[in-house]
Design a binder for this molecule. Structure first.
Ligand SMILES: CC(C)(COP(=O)(O)OP(=O)(O)OC[C@H]1O[C@@H](n2cnc3c(N)ncnc32)[C@H](O)[C@@H]1OP(=O)(O)O)[C@@H](O)C(=O)NCCC(=O)NCCS
Length: 111
């Protein structure tokens, strides 16, 4: 079992939310489509970035060729976040996300 954790300052993502080319470089289409219509767009982006980093930390011991941009977070019908790697659901990991006005945090446990 491997754990990964990350925390991001939401403020950093306020300007990224307006930068289409940055968004498309870092986030998947699904992550952008989920976050942009929301009231607290920068929080949803920040927590997705934190989730990618947490997943990368949890999986890096197993997969040296994994890039942050290979990882995408999609919420299921209950709102629970799920990990996709290169568009395929990765089942051997669990993540949990939380965000406030200032901080966004994510934990990943790979098994
Ligand atoms: C899901 C819930 C726990 C989120 O808690 P919160 O304090 O409002 O918000 P947080 O910042 O800690 O967490 C938000 C993240 O939780 C995650 N989440 C949402 N629904 C989830 C679920 N069913 N299971 C696991 N994670 C979930 C999402 O990743 C969300 O972030 P995102 O929308 O950017 O993807 C809460 O909104 C909720 O609906 N609770 C269940 C309803 C309930 O029992 N209410 C009574 C309380 S007295």
């Amino acid at each position: 079992m491997n754990v990964g954790i990350d925390i991001e300052e939401v403020e950093r993502f306020v300007k990224y939310a307006k930068d289409k080319s940055y968004l498309e470089r870092i986030f998947s289409k699904e992550e952008i489509a989920y976050s942009i219509p929301k009231k607290n767009v920068s929080q949803h982006l920040a927590v997705r970035f934190a989730a990618k980093e947490a997943v990368w930390k949890a999986l890096s011991a197993k997969n040296k060729k994994l890039f942050i941009t290979d990882i995408s977070i999609k919420n299921d019908k209950n709102g629970r976040p799920q990990v996709y790697i290169k568009n395929i659901k990765y089942k051997k990991i669990d993540i949990s996300l939380s965000h406030t006005r200032k901080y966004a945090a994510a934990v990943a446990i790979a098994f």
